[in-house]
Design a protein around this ligand. Structure first.
Ligand SMILES: C[S@@+](CC[C@H](N)C(=O)[O-])C[C@H]1O[C@@H](n2cnc3c(N)ncnc32)[C@H](O)[C@@H]1O
Length: 102
């Protein structure tokens, strides 16, 4: 399970490779979170900012098959009574590690 995590990567492909490596064939990866890249404003911190459309194409090429994909709106660590409400459009997907033998 990766929750509000993918966008903490300098290079999200490294995370996807790592997730693939730790899952056994047929293992499930569930993700929930936005792509609000953490280092976007830190120019001394290199970061690749993949769009969802790009990740959506790359994840199957990296040994996964999507089972479900949807976008869900949510808050995150939000004070519900605050006059300022932040909402995140999150990518909620499940993907299975391809069983390379099949
Ligand atoms: C936005 S928080 C999300 C925390 C939790 N999953 C949640 O939903 O509340 C991002 C988390 O990723 C962790 N993190 C950032 N970069 C990481 C890395 N390279 N490896 C492992 N954890 C990392 C941070 O320590 C932080 O706990």
């Amino acid at each position: 399970m990766t929750c509000f995590f993918l966008d903490t990567a300098h290079n999200a492909l490294d995370y996807i490779e790592c997730i693939h490596a730790i899952l056994k064939p047929g293992g499930l990866w569930v993700n929930f979170g936005p792509l609000l890249y953490h280092y976007a404003d830190q120019h001394d911190q290199p970061q690749l900012e993949f769009s969802w459309e790009t990740l959506e194409k790359l994840i199957p090429k990296m040994g996964f098959e999507f089972l479900t994909k949807e976008t869900r709106e949510t808050s995150y660590t939000q004070n519900r009574t605050s006059l300022m409400q932040m909402r995140y459009m999150c990518k909620f997907f499940s993907a299975r590690k391809l069983n390379l033998k099949s």
